[in-house]
Write a protein that binds this ligand. Sequence first.
Ligand SMILES: [Zn+2]
Length: 89
Amino acid sequence: MSTERANNPRLACPHCGSFARIRKSESMTPIYRKAVLECQNADCGWRGTLALEITQTLSPSLNPNPAIQLPISPRVRKQLLAELAPETS
Ligand SMILES: [Zn+2]
């Protein structure tokens, strides 16, 4: 079970598995972010880029931004539709 804080994701270097730190990140759009990832193992030294993309809505916003069009996860969509139109038999 992971107890890591959501705003501080721990990322591993793909080569040596050591902790890799986000050096800088740049918001490209409200749902897409690019970052530079740097391995903290001095014996490795790998650096690379990382993309963070928000991909789905799991719980709709009560204050939605009309410019943001995210797909609703299929499971949640099914739940919402069931709540809106309960099956009558
Ligand atoms: Zn490494």
